[in-house]
Design a protein around this ligand. Structure first.
Ligand SMILES: [Zn+2]
Length: 434
C-alpha cells in the first residue's frame, strides 16, 4: 500500500524489456539457448499433482535440464531413473508473488518458501540489472525469477513521489507516452500507476488526472507491456478500469463495490491483486493471520533475519476494519468472475518475502475462495495475467520450479505452511534460514 520506502538510484539501465506476452503454448521456447545441459534426468514420484488449475491425481513428473519433460498419473517412472519419493505429498508449481518490492537485489527468501517467481511493483531499476539473464537461465540458482515495474507514474507531491530523491514524476504538460518510453528504457517490464488522492496522514494529495491515466495506459498497451494501478478507492479504480488498465495492484477498500463496478471490472478483463496480508498488517499491529503462520513450528525455523525484521516492522498506526472491507470486496469480485492474482506487498512493514504469500493464501480462503482457487491465484493466474513464460503450471515443457507440501492444500490451505521441498530450475533449494 505504501510503497514509499524506496532507495536512492544509480545510473539507469539501457536494457529493453523482453516481450511480456506469452510465447507459443506458454512454454519457455525463448530460453533454449541458455539451457544448463548435462544434469541427469530424475523423477519426483508418489505425489498428488496440482497443475496450477486442478488436481490431476497421484503420479510423477520427470525433470531434465531444469524442465518438466513428463507428467503422468498412470504410467510408470522410466526404469533406472533416480527418484525423489514424494510419499503422497502434494506437488505444485512454484508459487508466484505478484506484488512485492525489492529495495536491493533479489534475495533467497521467496524460493525458500516455494515462491520461485516474484513481480516487483516499484523498485529502483538500477538494482535489477540481472533479472533478464536470470529468468532466461535454467542453471541452478537460489534466487527467484523477477519481473519488475521500476519507478511508477506519479505526480509532484503525489503518492510515492518522495520515496527517493530521483523518483521521476509526471508534470502537467508532460507527455505520458514519453514517460512510459523512459521507464521501458530503464528496463521496466510493467508500467505501474500510483492512484491515491489521500496521504497516510489523511490529507489530500495530488494524483494523476484521468487524461494522464488514459495516456499512460494507452502507451503501455501500445508497447505491449502490462499496466497496473495502486488503488484503494473505487473512484480511482473505476478511472483506471475505464482506461483499460491490465490489473489493480490492491483491492479498493473505501466502500463496498456495487454491481456497476463489478460489471466494469468483469467486462474490462482486468485482474485484481488484493494484498490481503498487507491489509491485515494495516488493520491490526498484532495481525492474527500473520501471527498464526509465522509462529507455526513448521514455518518459524525457516524465517531469516531479513524476514523477521520486515514482519516485526510497525506501521505506527492501525486502520481497523480495512482487512474486513478488502475481504468483502475480494469475495464480490471473485463471485463476479474477476481473476484474482495473489500478491503480498512484501518489502513494506509487516510483510515479508516468501512467507507472507502463505499468509495471503489463507486470507484469500478466508475471504471465500476455495483452496484450489487460492492456489490458482498464486500459480497459473499470475502467469496468465502477466504472460510469464513457463511459470505457474506443471506440464511438459514448463520450467521445473516446483514446491512439495505435506498434506493436501486443495482441501486445507494451511498445509502450505508445511513445505517439504522446493526445486528451482529442477535443483533442490536449500531452505535453511540465512
Ligand atoms: Zn506495493
Amino acid at each position: 500500500m505504501c510503497d514509499s520506502h524506496l532507495p536512492a538510484s544509480a545510473e539507469p539501465s539501457a536494457t529493453r524489456p523482453e516481450p511480456a506476452g506469452p510465447d507459443v503454448a506458454g512454454l519457455d521456447v525463448s530460453d533454449r539457448s541458455t539451457a544448463s545441459a548435462g544434469r541427469p534426468p530424475y523423477a519426483i514420484a508418489g505425489v498428488r499433482i496440482f497443475d496450477g488449475k486442478a488436481t490431476l491425481g497421484l503420479g510423477h513428473v520427470v525433470i531434465a535440464d531444469g524442465r518438466i519433460v513428463e507428467v503422468s498419473t498412470s504410467g510408470r517412472v522410466p526404469s533406472g531413473m533416480p527418484v525423489h519419493d514424494g510419499g503422497g505429498a502434494t506437488l505444485l508449481p512454484g508459487l508466484i508473488d505478484a506484488h512485492m518490492h525489492y529495495l536491493g537485489p533479489p534475495r533467497t527468501d521467496g524460493p525458500r518458501f516455494g515462491v520461485t517467481t516474484e513481480i516487483s511493483l516499484v523498485d529502483d531499476p538500477a538494482t535489477q540489472q540481472d533479472k533478464e539473464r536470470l529468468r532466461r537461465s535454467y542453471a541452478p540458482t537460489p534466487l527467484p525469477s523477477l519481473w519488475s515495474a521500476g519507478w511508477w507514474a506519479t505526480v509532484p507531491g503525489g503518492w510515492g513521489s518522495d520515496g527517493a530523491p530521483n523518483v521521476p514524476v509526471l508534470r502537467p504538460g508532460d507527455d505520458p507516452a514519453a514517460f512510459v518510453a523512459d521507464r521501458l528504457a530503464e528496463g521496466s517490464d510493467i508500467i505501474k500507476l500510483a492512484l491515491e488522492d489521500v496521504g497516510l496522514d489523511g490529507k489530500p494529495i495530488p494524483v494523476l488526472s484521468a487524461a494522464q491515466i488514459n495516456g499512460l495506459v494507452a502507451a503501455a498497451t501500445r508497447a505491449r507491456v502490462p499496466s497496473v494501478a495502486h488503488v484503494s478507492k473505487v473512484s480511482l479504480a473505476t478511472t483506471a478500469l475505464e482506461a483499460g488498465i491490465t490489473g489493480l495492484a490492491h483491492v479498493p477498500v473505501d466502500v463496498e463495490v456495487d454491481p456497476a463496478f463489478l460489471e466494469l471490472a468483469r467486462s474490462s478483463g482486468a485482474f485484481v491483486t488484493p494484498t490481503l496480508t498487507l491489509m491485515g498488517a494495516l488493520s491490526d499491529a498484532d495481525d492474527p493471520a500473520r501471527a498464526a503462520v509465522i509462529t507455526d513450528p513448521r514455518v518459524a525455523p525457516y524465517l531469516s533475519r531479513g524476514q523477521r525484521d520486515l514482519l516485526a516492522a510497525p506501521w505506527g498506526f492501525e486502520d481497523r476494519g480495512r482487512l474486513e472491507s478488502a475481504a468483502r470486496n475480494v469475495a464480490a469480485l471473485h463471485r463476479a468472475g474477476v481473476p484474482i492474482v495473489a500478491g503480498t506487498d512484501s518489502g513494506v512493514p509487516g510483510v515479508a518475502h516468501g512467507v507472507s504469500l502463505i499468509v495471503e493464501l489463507e486470507l484469500l480462503v478466508g475471504a471465500g475462495l476455495s483452496p484450489s482457487a487460492a492456489l490458482t491465484a498464486a500459480t497459473s493466474a499470475p502467469a496468465d495475467a502477466y504472460g510469464l513464460p513457463g511459470r505457474g503450471r506443471i506440464g511438459p515443457g514448463h520450467r521445473a520450479d516446483l514446491v512439495l507440501v505435506n498434506g493436501d492444500p486443495t482441501r486445507d490451505i494451511t498445509a502450505m505452511r508445511d513445505v517439504a521441498a522446493v526445486w528451482r530450475n529442477g535443483t533442490r533449494v536449500d531452505r535453511a534460514a540465512t
